[in-house]
Design a protein around this ligand. Structure first.
Ligand code: DHE
Length: 539
């Protein structure tokens, strides 16, 4: 492999986070196409860039299977072209976008023709060893030690910094920058609103106390080596007693104490697919929500296509309802009533609806190519009543379906209309009950100008056209969150790690930018959560 100073492989060894995730010294199996140093580097790149969509064992999910037998048929040159240029199906152009060099592209083309190394499992004992209580519950403040409105605080993921910014929604001041996990993915609020729970891509969960003068981590634990989801127990009488982490690797759920994150129980998600009953060694845990009607978490098991209702009322006699739905479950949220959980089965082009009251599959809707709503958007349509909408990665449409089977059964779970967007690559949509608008981004669109553009349509006239604006001439405009009052919507401008990023605040009434939070500490901001809206599942 040729090497020059600009494209040379930059790191010889695995980073600490990835080494912990994948295990150091993985041995190359099968044909040896890379030196040990290159192999270690490729493992790191695969973990950072590829595993989320293709799976650790490369069996495929949001992206196709990359198993060696299949890859060898493509050969190194064809694989290099795909990795460098991306595909119309949504694979990023890693080379063209300046993320992978020519050498790294070649490295990955060779790596995926080799057997995938299997990372180690994680036992309850391993997890226990990673558990730290930095401030025990009895030493935490009894009330806020500051004058900020906790309900209007925002937690903003600073992805590549592995940190979370806590921002006052009133003054827009950055109150605290809290270290969390490697490439932290999402935050959720505790039922009380006093804590943010963060989950890092390296599987580290952190509990952030917003009552502290300077909000900080009070407990942490690492139930997985790769993860994307976290939540707490919210049912009456169980509020914040327990927490759950959904792991990508090892494929399991971890139940934790809600106040200290002490690991309590592990349940493997390995099993058989709903499609043809094939055993899957890596069914990863995607979205998790807390059921409002029962002491349960609703857990999406991606590859097998089951939605699990995990009853947390008795951990020693754990009951799990396994609802067969559709494979490749990913992100989702509740309808406006909080009864129906709607989750995108993105590679199946479907949205699965689960009734959390009866504990049964309610519907499967054919929505569009690769739906990706985040937690989605709910509003009252003037003609159809309560509806829900989703954006798509794979095509330029916004799909709207009825979501009120009680009062509007004739429209429930039927696609009512589709709105044309500015292009494919949309990741998130959001609204607020007080807003007259429904917003969506195009963060993964191939065109930089479109990536930087957000749009809305009006609830009163959804087919009356979209209103779009380019929010920045750098980075990608991604993910929305409203403030507590529901009159501002915040958008991240997510640039590279060494470039300035920012948060753009839009006046929701006028749809115009009213403020920008620019601060050199805001490195790669992606998702953000307002305490009030996250506690109440308001979207
Ligand atoms: Fe995410 C939600 C997985 C890429 C930002 N992301 C989720 C959820 C899952 C997931 C399973 C649902 C969590 C829940 O609700 O409990 N995301 C994955 C991936 O596997 C994938 C495709 C590739 C990867 O390697 O991670 C991926 N996600 C991304 C990104 O590239 C984004 C834009 C930036 C980043 O951090 O990497 C991104 N994902 C988000 C955000 C949410 C999310 C902001 C939460 C949305 C919300 O409103 O709650």
């Amino acid at each position: 492999m040729k090497s020059n100073p600009s494209t040379a492989i930059r790191t010889a060894a695995l980073s600490a986070a990835v080494a912990a995730a994948l295990g150091t010294g993985a041995v190359q199996a099968g044909e040896k196409l890379l030196s040990d140093e290159e192999f270690a580097k490729a493992q790191q790149v695969y973990f950072d860039r590829c595993a989320g969509c293709h799976g650790t064992l490369r069996k495929g999910a949001t992206g196709p299977s990359l198993e060696p037998e299949r890859m060898k048929k493509f050969g190194t040159e064809a694989l290099k072209a795909i990795i460098y240029n991306g595909t119309p199906g949504g694979m990023p152009s890693w080379g063209k976008d300046g993320i992978l060099s020519q050498d790294e592209t070649e490295l990955m083309a060779k790596y995926i023709q080799m057997e995938p190394p299997q990372p180690p499992e994680r036992s309850l004992k391993d997890i226990r060893e990673s558990w730290k209580v930095l401030v025990p519950p009895e030493q935490r403040p009894k009330k806020p030690q500051h004058n900020y409105d906790v309900d209007n605080m925002f937690g903003v993921v600073l992805r590549d910094a592995g940190k979370v910014a806590i921002i006052d929604g009133d003054s827009k001041k950055i109150i605290s920058i809290v270290p969390t996990g490697y490439a932290v993915h999402i935050l959720r609020s505790s039922a009380s609103g006093r804590y943010f729970l963060a989950i890092g891509r390296d599987g580290k969960a952190t509990l952030i106390d917003l009552y502290m003068k300077k909000p900080d981590v009070v407990a942490e634990v690492k139930p997985c080596s790769d993860a994307r989801s976290i939540d707490v127990s919210k049912y009456k009488g169980f509020e914040d007693k327990l927490a759950i982490v959904g792991c990508y690797w090892p494929p399991h759920i971890a139940i934790l104490d809600g106040q200290t994150l002490e690991p309590k129980k592990l349940v493997s998600t390995r099993g058989y697919t709903v499609t043809d009953g094939t055993y899957h060694p890596e069914p990863r845990v995607a979205s998790i929500v807390a059921n409002h009607f029962k002491p349960e978490w609703v857990v999406s098991v991606k590859e097998t296509g089951q939605v699990w209702l995990v009853d947390y009322s008795d951990l020693s006699n754990l009951k799990i309802t396994m609802i067969d739905s559709a494979p490749f479950l990913h992100d989702g949220g509740f309808d406006a009533s909080g009864r129906y959980f709607m989750v995108a089965a993105n590679m199946a082009n479907k949205t699965v609806v689960v009734d959390t009251k009866t504990g049964k599959l309610e519907a499967i809707i054919n929505v569009g190519t690769k739906p990706h709503p985040g937690r989605g958007a709910n509003w009252i349509d003037p003609k159809y009543g309560p509806v829900t909408g989703s954006t798509h990665i794979g095509e330029d449409i916004y799909t709207v379906w009825g979501s009120d089977p009680e009062k509007h059964p004739e429209h429930a779970w039927k696609v009512l209309y589709k709105i044309k967007t500015k292009g494919a690559g949309s990741l998130f949509t959001k609204t607020h009950p007080k807003s007259d608008k429904v917003w969506f981004d195009h963060a993964l669109n191939k065109d930089a100008k479109i990536q930087q553009t957000v749009c809305y349509f009006l609830k009163k006239d959804p087919m009356g056209g979209i209103h779009c604006q380019r929010l920045a001439d750098h980075g990608r405009a991604v993910h929305f969150e409203y403030n507590k009052a529901g009159d501002e919507v915040w958008v991240s401008i997510w640039d590279k790690k060494d470039a300035p990023s920012e948060l753009v605040i839009i006046d929701d009434k006028t749809g115009k930018v009213k403020q920008r939070i620019q601060d050199k500490r805001l490195i790669t901001p992606t998702g953000k959560w307002n305490v009030h809206n996250t506690v109440g599942d308001i979207y």
